[in-house]
Design a protein around this ligand. Structure first.
Ligand code: ARG
Length: 407
């Protein structure tokens, strides 16, 4: 019996070419699985486009083709944990591609068990992080599955892939293909390659699809985001699902040019690469969440959480979503979010999401301690002794240095 290969299918050139290629070179039956994580653009509603992708796989020779609507699952189980972790790799990248890969892996593994697949395939090259995320994830969830990555393992070039698509008469518009490598989902959009590989070249307006030019004058937008336990549950008082929250903020913050990121990034494989991202909803939500934490999370817990956040982001970036350390950090982060409930008011304008107001029943902000006006309950006489004892170790060290003549 021939192998059944479950292919992570995007509808693009590389994964379309992979279908006849795997059939021909491995004598395999290919099952195409496209996972909808909101790659349909800034509104996140892919609908028809995903159906086109499903049919295209069949036209390329897949024996079965499925589209899995994982938009809500992606928002709830992957994007929301990233909000709770304020997850920004290298302090800036909201991990949009990194977050989607473990979810795609889950669905590939499930599809393999449904369809009797023994091999899983993806279209990644050998230079990126995504190959690592796919294969380390599969190894964690289904170690018995083999992996083949035709673009990497058979050393395709773009020209070879196009030539192969032409000889096979595949329904792919290669000429209209953009010069950029793009990966997008509801959490944001990643653009790389083309003229951006010269890191002195500034991005042109053409690169962007989720955000409007922030330098164009327009009226500001104001939004109130309600959080419960560290995640958004309502916008301007209207209850929203996780997916709706992100879609709505992509639209509103995107219209104000919020969330454009241009960065040289450290890949796991050791390369530094230039990436342009746009993630308007993600940046607005993380900014709001960080400020609500400032109001509701105790000081030492908050300081410690910073280092946990950084490590969490690195693990997710490095393809270790299903690792024991990530699991343990999740438990810590979940515990810190118990009181992160309340409302944040933000102005979206000129490429920035700026917090202008916060209120919370679980606030640790005490007006009567903070105020410099009438109603001050802070006992300043306590401060004098506190400051002396706080500085005692420094004074001792400095006296010792003076005694020894050290400086
Ligand atoms: N550099 C980012 C990451 O590793 C984005 C990758 C985008 N993937 C792509 N195939 N264009 O998470």
């Amino acid at each position: 019996m021939s192998d059944r290969v479950v292919l992570a299918y995007s509808g693009g050139l590389d994964t379309s070419v992979a279908i006849p290629y795997l059939a021909e070179h491995m004598g395999a039956e290919v099952i195409a699985v496209a996972v909808d994580v909101g790659q349909g653009g800034e509104t996140g509603y892919a609908g028809n486009e995903m159906e086109m992708i499903r049919k295209r796989a069949l036209a390329c020779g897949a024996v079965e083709s499925e589209v899995i609507d994982a938009r809500d699952e992606f928002a709830t189980d992957f994007c929301f944990p990233a909000i709770r972790a304020n997850a920004l790799y290298m302090d800036r990248y909201p991990l949009l591609s990194s977050l989607s890969r473990p979810l795609i892996v889950k669905h590939l593994v499930a599809a393999a068990s449904r369809h009797g697949g023994t091999v899983v395939s993806h279209g990644c090259t050998g230079k990126g992080n995504d190959q690592v995320r796919f294969e380390v994830g599969i190894g964690a969830l289904a170690p018995h599955l083999k992996v083949v990555a035709p673009a990497r393992d058979f050393a395709w070039t773009r020209d070879k892939a196009i030539a192969y698509a032409e000889t096979k008469g595949l329904p792919i518009e290669t000429s209209k293909r953009s010069p950029y490598s793009i990966d997008q989902n509801v959490w944001g959009r990643a653009v790389e390659t083309g003229f951006l590989e010269d890191i002195w070249n500034g991005p042109i307006e053409d690169v962007y699809a989720y955000t409007a030019d922030p330098s164009i004058p327009r009226d500001a937008d104001e939004v109130v985001i309600t959080f419960d336990g560290g995640v958004p549950v309502a916008l301007d008082g209207e209850t929203v699902t996780p997916y709706e929250a992100i879609v709505a903020l992509n639209r509103r913050a995107g219209a104000q040019g919020v969330g454009r990121i241009d960065i040289v990034e450290d890949r796991l494989v050791g390369i530094k690469s230039r990436e342009v991202y746009e993630a308007p909803g993600a940046i607005a939500l993380i900014t709001a969440h960080q400020e609500l934490e400032n109001v509701t999370v105790e000081r030492d817990q908050a300081r410690f959480k910073k280092s946990v956040e950084q490590r969490w982001g690195e693990l997710v970036y490095d393809g270790l979503w299903f690792s024991p350390l990530k699991h343990s950090l999740d438990a810590f982060i979940a515990d810190t979010q118990r009181h992160v409930s309340g409302e944040i008011r933000m102005t979206l304008h000129g490429g920035r999401a700026t917090v202008t107001g916060r209120r919370s029943d679980s606030s640790l902000y005490d007006f009567s301690l903070a105020t410099y006006d009438e109603g001050d309950l802070f006992d300043q006489s306590l401060a004098k002794g506190f400051v002396q004892l706080w500085g005692l170790p420094s004074r001792l060290a400095s006296a010792r240095d003076a005694r020894l003549g050290a400086n």
